[in-house]
Design a protein around this ligand. Sequence first.
Ligand code: 5GP
Length: 206
Amino acid sequence: MSRKGIIAIISGFSGAGKGTVVSQLVQRYDYAVSISATTRLPREGETEGVSYFFKTKEAFEEMIQRDELIEYAQYVDHYYGTPKDYVFRQLDQGRDVLLEIEMQGALKVKEKMPEASLIFITPPSVAELHRRLKKRGTETEEVIQKRIARAKEECSYMEKYDYIVVNDGLEECVRTIHDLLQSIHFTKRNQETLIRDIQADFDQFQ
Ligand code: 5GP
């Protein structure tokens, strides 16, 4: 029986470690991960078409005009958005798709696609969040402060998520999220075809 792909959105404060968690999920299991478009500049080691599709503001605004994005949002002075094409193609092929996006975008996707599961990753404390952002060393203290201010705002929306997972260790966090994602296949929404098949089977049974 063919299994439908599920769509899951992974969000978390900047520095919560969600990028690492998502890349581990993709390396270890068969998840498709959506590649976003952004107007921010590449960080060292980031590659076009792998990390992001890096766009000028004008090119990004054209994508909005052409309705090519499932959602987009502004985050700390830049646009970020999810191209429709790849996500819908993967879901149609039965693959589970992960979107690693911030909160405004996550809530927009949930509005359009109520079947999407929203997973929020948080570090164990704010002090730990600050420590991780500093350790990453890719942002200035000013940007770190902006990201912490943004995290404080985002904190009030955590309740809108379906699942909250603490990232207090990579291994455990990756395993927890994988188990969680697999269990979503067994929700009644994702078993509608099976339910109908079994009911039809009973109708045929003499
Ligand atoms: P970063 O600049 O650290 O790569 O990403 C900043 C924030 O933008 C992160 O919270 C990340 O999850 C979010 N983000 C990345 N891609 C998208 C996207 O396509 N849409 C939205 N709404 N947020 C995104």
